[in-house]
Ligand binder design. Structure first.
Ligand code: ADP
Ligand code: MG
Length: 596
């Protein structure tokens, strides 16, 4: 059914919208011209500069290169240059490479069943040429001179011989110059750079035997040694803290034998002692092809079940090896998703392989799961109300938030601490069990917000500047966030390619894990959405310096915390929307004891 239909603007035909396609019955059907067709098709493959990088690097890998250099300028829009030492393209095939659906990798659809290469659709080079200026120098083995071709408007505009060692260099300039709509949708240079860095990081993780160099605006952003050790790549991509805490999954060289011996799972995952607040650290490769997969992410999370706190996520780099017919790689134009024939077998294999690695190599005892049920005070109405969702953040929308969360707290008398995590207090109507961490987070959150509003964030200078190593992706993010972080008291200055010197931190984080705060921020800020960035920074500062669960508190400390909480604008929830306390009303207590 069309969504709407009406006379068209000329009043001569009916126009209607079906799904998101606009039809006009006055328009005659005609075949689109070749240029329009190729630009439409290119849109599927080349979404942003990082897509160009991905396609070119995949071609280099398919050509057997073991040294690949990627140079990007202007966020990849002005220029992307990929140089490899792979097989090169024979001089007489150079023109063919830029034709749509021209590929050396398959002949018929049947070949897809046993596809071993990353490319096969023959769409990348023509798609790129449809939306940019392309220049290629290539030389195949056994040829004395290489070919240098320039492609303008999808056709070879210049061709000459040029000497070079075996391999290929492709330079892509002025991306989307003829697709203004696409160009408008691109994000900042820093964001596009961070996508590029992330593509190369994934390639480096999938191919530790290849030497990758990523140079962004003349600066080396990532470089791997190409010695074939996954740990080397992990070190370069994620830094020392993560690299030092990885556990090996599966046994390299031998297939993991978990009942279904056709599935191999190899790679590394973090010990549960090291975790991250986002899912961005899960890298999956299927037969070494980087893929997005909810299924695999769930399998890994399942393996960590009970070992990580709620909201924490592991770092994982896993390659799933399975016979080519078991997986369909042709369901997505950019080849970022795959379909498994037997999803259940893959899920189980991954989950078991990771679990086995954790159980066998783990050094710390498992954290018990904590039930997070919450019952609202009976006196306030409904029997069990879930805490307000984060979007309803009372600090943001005081008028819309449920009254429970904006109501002020009665004066409470602290009775003691239980489990080193909760404060027991007595109020005018019964008993209060206060989560010390959540409560402190709320108090600190309000404090930072007040300081921020008054432009007065107290700063603590460090006695000596401390170096902070960041991943290539984090470095890109940091280059654009440095100023905003300074507004919160972080004084950072670049110190070499992937290191920053931290000179000062917000006083509230003095003595706390401020490096953890910075890394967490760089990861969450990189996700592109930036409208809530202030909130994220404040939350992170609030959470990290807050008293932990399991930390014993003196009576004075508890009284001080409760007094501050009484003054909070929304004392009943922490900044993430979870409850700070459970209230057992005197009525409830009496009922439980069968007194009413
Ligand atoms: P596909 O990778 O799907 O085959 P592309 O459009 O990406 O399609 O590339 C077309 C063809 O050009 C490839 O099949 C390959 O033969 C050749 N080619 C592209 N890039 C390279 C390279 N860096 N080295 C060698 N050959 C290449
Ligand atoms: Mg390709």
């Amino acid at each position: 059914m069309p969504n709407w239909r009406k006379w068209n603007s000329r009043g001569k035909g009916i126009a209607f919208l079906h799904g998101n396609v606009y039809y006009d019955t006055e328009m005659t059907i005609r075949v689109l011209d070749r240029k329009t067709v190729s630009q439409i098709a290119a849109g599927e493959v080349v979404e942003r500069p990082a897509s160009v990088v991905k396609e070119l690097v995949e071609n280099a890998l398919d050509a057997g290169a073991d040294q690949i250099t990627v140079e990007a300028g202007g966020g990849g829009v002005s220029q992307i240059k990929v140089t490899d030492n792979g097989a090169g393209i024979p001089a007489d095939e150079v023109g063919l490479a830029f034709q749509r659906y021209a590929t050396s990798k398959i002949d018929t659809l049947a070949d897809l069943i046993s596809i071993g290469s990353l490319g096969f659709r023959g769409e990348a080079l023509p798609s790129i040429a449809a939306v940019a200026q392309v220049d290629m120098v290539t030389c195949a083995a056994g040829e004395t001179v290489g070919a240098h071709v320039t492609i303008t408007d999808e056709a070879i505009s210049r061709r000459e011989g040029q000497g070079r060692a075996r391999g290929t260099t492709i330079t892509v300039r002025d991306l989307f110059h003829n697709v203004p709509a696409r160009r408008k949708f691109l994000k900042s240079v820093a964001t596009e750079n961070s996508h590029i860095a992330s593509v190369i990081s994934q390639c480096a993780l999938a191919y530790p035997e290849v030497r990758f160099s990523l140079v962004i605006d003349g600066k080396v952003s990532l470089r791997t040694p190409g010695r074939g050790r996954l740990t080397d790549s992990i070190l370069e991509v994620f830094g020392t803290e993560i690299a030092g805490n990885m556990l090996e999954v599966g046994i390299a060289g031998r297939q993991w034998d978990g009942g279904d011996d056709t599935i191999g799972v190899t790679g590394m995952v973090t010990a549960p002692t090291v975790s991250r607040s986002g899912r961005g650290y899960l890298s999956f490769f299927v037969n070494r092809r980087w893929v997005n997969s909810r299924l695999l992410a769930r399998a890994v999370e399942e393996a960590y079940h009970g070992l990580l706190m709620v909201g924490r996520h592991p770092v994982a780099v896993l390659n799933i090896r399975l016979p080519a017919p078991e997986v369909d790689v042709n369901i997505h134009p950019a080849k970022r998703e795959v379909k498994f024939r037997n999803e259940h077998a893959v899920f189980t294999a991954v989950q078991k392989a990771v679990r086995q690695a954790l159980v066998e190599q783990m050094v710390v005892p498992a954290i018990e799961e904590v039930a997070t049920r919450y019952s609202a005070p009976a006196a306030r109405g409904s029997a069990s109300v879930a805490p307000a969702p984060v979007e309803n953040h009372p600090a943001h929308h005081p008028s819309q938030a449920p009254s429970l969360f904006t109501a002020s707290l009665p004066v409470l008398r602290v009775l003691g601490q239980v489990l080193n995590s909760y404060i027991i207090a007595e109020g005018p109507d019964g008993l209060y069990l206060i989560d010390q961490h959540a409560a402190h987070e709320r108090v600190r959150f309000d404090m930072v917000r007040r300081q921020r509003a008054g432009q007065a964030i107290p700063v603590q200078g460090l006695l000596e500047p401390v170096p902070l190593d960041v991943s290539p992706r984090q470095a890109e993010v940091l280059s654009s966030w440095c100023g905003k972080l300074a507004g919160f008291g972080f004084t950072l200055e670049p110190f070499g390619d992937r290191t920053y010197l931290v000179r000062a931190v917000p006083s509230l984080l003095h003595g706390a894990d401020w490096a953890g705060v910075l890394r967490e921020l760089l990861d969450s800020l990189s996700s592109g959405r930036s409208d809530d960035w202030e909130e994220k920074i404040i939350e992170s500062i609030a959470c990290h310096g807050a008293v932990r669960s399991g930390q014993s508190m003196t009576d004075d400390e508890m009284r001080e915390l409760v007094r501050q909480l009484e003054q909070a604008e929304s004392p009943y929830t922490c900044p993430h929307g979870r409850p700070t306390m459970i209230h057992l009303s005197s009525g409830q207590i009496a009922r439980e004891f069968g007194r009413t």
